[in-house]
Design a protein around this ligand. Structure first.
Ligand SMILES: [Zn+2]
Length: 426
């Protein structure tokens, strides 16, 4: 298939992007073939006239858990039990995998043309990645982790993460996970807001340093990067000192931590979306206890401060939603981009650049996607208004293109009660 996309205002994904007009984006099969003046001869191409709409690279969501919808529950679900049930027989396993495939498709229809998973059920992430890659189902490009590694009583232990009881086991689990050829390894180094037992102590260190070291060492030997769930300064130190490549979420950093980031060439994946409901919602809405709200605020502030300090110190910062957490749906990556602009004080252009070109680089895809350049994948989204003026423009898309495949007027089914609550924070 050959398409010539004309009359669009191009936001190319680069740091200093400004809308560019008078150009045609030529797409041949899966790739952007060229970007040329739009008064050429395109008789070989099927013409797509954008009539002045905005076109930019597809969004990249760096922190996704495919097995949950984000629908909030009044009571915390027993994840272990739930995962045990849904993996107990082949029929339920197939239904669960199909559900995850549906969520991946929702991400795509909301403008996410690439997503990175950081903890899933069994080997579903790699299965779904491959099914999409082989055009068996429609979905975004997936960078897959499969199950994570945690410790007894640790974050997602036994549900989306294996339980390692010593450093040797941590290393063994890396080997076991690597057999399904994932793209990264995920560790759960600290607890999360819901795991906290003490007011003022969210993100308590759970995984001992020698486990982290052994897991990172094995992963690196196998050519895999390591991402780690970390929500306290102590956790960040242990993670970075022992070889973790990306800190997911983050915590209030000091000089030592910032130096560790630089020394090890590590980066941060900011996730503002999951912290907002706990920290800022009315407790009646979030169903959080007073302690969860208090700890949620510490985590939220820590994530914001970590992102700001990393940006100031030229440490790469990417963005993800932590989809699957309460109130975090598979169609709200645009909100994370919006929050990054609002709470971390970056320009709309920089927020969009982060969700596209920067995220592509941090996912190891800088030569493949993340910007509008010839040779890159034709991963593009189109919206009516200028997102540089208001990022809410990304909320309604006119078109999503993934690997040259065009989806006109993409529609996702939204949970309206969640929309109403989240909109209060725009
Ligand atoms: Zn997560």
């Amino acid at each position: 298939m050959k398409y010539a996309i004309i009359n669009g205002r191009i936001l190319d994904g680069t740091e200093d992007m400004v809308p560019q007009s008078g150009l045609a984006i030529l797409i041949h099969d899966e790739k952007i073939q060229n970007i040329v003046s739009d008064n050429g001869d395109f008789s070989d191409y099927q013409i797509i006239d954008l009539k002045g709409q905005y076109i930019m690279p597809g969004l990249i969501n760096m922190h996704v858990h495919l097995p949950a919808s984000g629908k909030p529950k009044k009571k915390q679900t027993d994840l272990n039990r739930l995962v045990k049930i849904v993996t107990s027989c082949s029929l339920l396993r197939m239904i669960t995998r199909k559900m995850c495939e549906g969520y991946a498709k929702t991400e795509l229809l909301s403008g996410v043309t690439t997503l990175r998973t950081v903890g899933g059920i069994m080997d579903y992430d790699t299965q779904i990645r491959d099914r999409i890659f082989n055009h068996q189902i429609m979905g975004p490009r997936i960078i897959a982790s499969n199950m994570a590694i945690s410790v007894e009583g640790g974050h997602m232990a036994g549900s989306l993460a294996y339980i390692a009881n010593n450093a040797r086991e941590a290393s063994h689990y890396v080997e076991k996970i690597a057999k399904d050829q994932p793209d990264l390894i995920k560790l759960m180094i600290t607890g999360g807001v819901l795991d906290a037992k003490v007011k003022g102590e969210p993100g308590v260190l759970k995984m001992p340093a020698d486990y982290v070291h052994a897991a990172c060492d094995k992963a690196h030997r196998l050519g895999l990067k390591v991402a780690a769930h970390v929500e306290s300064p102590e956790g960040v130190k242990v993670a970075l000192e022992n070889g973790v490549d990306t800190i997911e979420h983050g915590a209030k950093p000091d000089k030592y931590i910032l130096n560790l980031f630089k020394e090890h060439g590590a980066c941060l994946i900011t996730t503002l979306s999951p912290a907002i409901p706990y920290a800022l919602f009315d407790r009646e809405i979030s169903h959080a206890t007073e302690m969860e709200q208090y700890n949620g605020k510490i985590v939220f502030d820590g994530i914001v401060e970590c992102a700001k300090a990393c940006l100031e110190n030229h440490i790469p910062v990417g963005l993800g939603t932590d989809t699957g957490c309460p109130f975090i749906t598979h169609y709200d990556m645009w909100r994370e981009v919006y929050y990054f602009h609002k709470y971390c004080g970056v320009s709309s252009a920089f927020a969009l650049h982060t969700a596209t070109q920067v995220n592509a680089k941090l996912a190891g895809l800088e030569d493949i996607t993340g910007s509008i350049e010839s040779g890159k994948a034709a991963d593009l989204i189109v919206c009516q208004n200028n997102p540089l003026e208001d990022l809410q423009a990304l909320r309604h898309l006119e078109m999503v293109i993934v690997g040259g495949q065009i989806i006109h007027q993409p529609q996702v089914k939204k949970m309206n009660d969640i929309e109403v609550q989240l909109d209060k924070f725009l």
